[in-house]
Design a protein around this ligand. Sequence first.
Ligand SMILES: [Zn+2]
Length: 477
Amino acid sequence: MKKVTLFLILICFIISANAQVKYIFYFIGDGMGQNQVLATEMYLAELQGKIGTQPLCFTQFPVTGQCTTFSTSNGITDSAAAGTALASGEKTKNSTLGLRPDGKPVYTIAERLRDKGWGVGITTSVSIDHATPAAFYAHVDKRNRYYEIGTQLAQSGFHFFGGATFYQPYPKDKAEWAEKNGREAGSLYELCRDNGYTFARGYENYQNSKDGCDKMILIQPHEGLTDDYKGNGMIPYLIDRKADDLSLTQITEAAIDFLSTRHDRFFLMVEGGAIDWACHSNDAATAIHDVIDFDNAIRLAFEFYLQHPSETLIIVTADHETGGMALGNSDYNLRLQLLQHQKLSVGELSGRLKQLHSSQGKKLQWQTVRQLFTDQLGFYTNVQISPEEDKTMQKQFKQLKKGKAKQVKTLYKQFDGLSAYAVALLNKKAKIGWTTGSHSAAAVGVWAVGAGAERFTGWQDDTQIAPKIIMAAEGQK
Ligand SMILES: [Zn+2]
């Protein structure tokens, strides 16, 4: 009996090792270091009164590895260089996108598979022209040349894009662009339509407009967004999300639906881009919620894998770690469950405070702000606040009222000092440490399941992932 079982396992292994992969899912958690993943699992366990971990879907994949992320210009990579490495297997300088250090364009796995007739989808929770998604289709010397990146998206011939909208639908300096090019710059929306793309705004709109089109761009509807989200190029964080906002899960669902009904083989990249933005703000509760959101998107791919196990490959990794996140900042007293009392991101909190200030002006009382912190962060009720901490907050409140609030600027956002202090205080009490508002050089995790997954085990460099994906796609051993 034992022999028969062993024989069956061997047969399954041989089948999976030789199987022709037809569906490849590449999940990239931007800024999702090992501690971002572990914090999420330990937070979920603490909510159940357990010390330990409550496993996410992807951490249960049978193959695990680790991956180094340095770029050619520094030990700490940015998302452009990291994205280029993950998309093509070639390292480059920070802020360079899709070009080698010598300026020659790389050939990304998405471009290669498109050229071999695969359906290609590129999706994210931030703007579709941001560094990580753009690394799969764009080749520019500076990642912030958003308009140029958008024009390359329009010409990519990829079949599905999903995420928040374009960061800059027009060139930053329209007059300069017109002078240089001898014509007015068209909007990226127009350019994409000219190249055969149909736009859908929101999931419902996708369902109604998908029929009859072969190239689709699914973006967040702009109506109903708060100031913090207007024009900043991301779909709302899970912690801030309202019922009619687009979610990464919906984007992934739409992408799978779109590609699988039109193509025999497809490659889909899904970026959990907002994890990075939350970590740049050192906002643990928001980051943890977005890791959960990312995991929910992965679950959809895993369900797809269960239906096509010998033809599907799922890889999950990160481009780098953001924030230098540590679990522990003083003693043996991790208290992640305190983060459950945070109901919105630091940016939304700052927006609420700004709203209160502009509607009540000089009449705004500390009591009102104190109540806001009780409702949104659990302060003074579930989260104990010391007299000194209270004094610090009241002092900052007085500055805010005078219009002299200090502003805290992160890579993508700006908050008032009081909101930033309050969220930092909650992080400190949960015993989370942050070493930086930027990235760190920490190695990131790699998880894989499906046909050819065994290639992704062990200690590897980010340049090794893309060639392994190509080997799987081409059925090489
Ligand atoms: Zn990144």
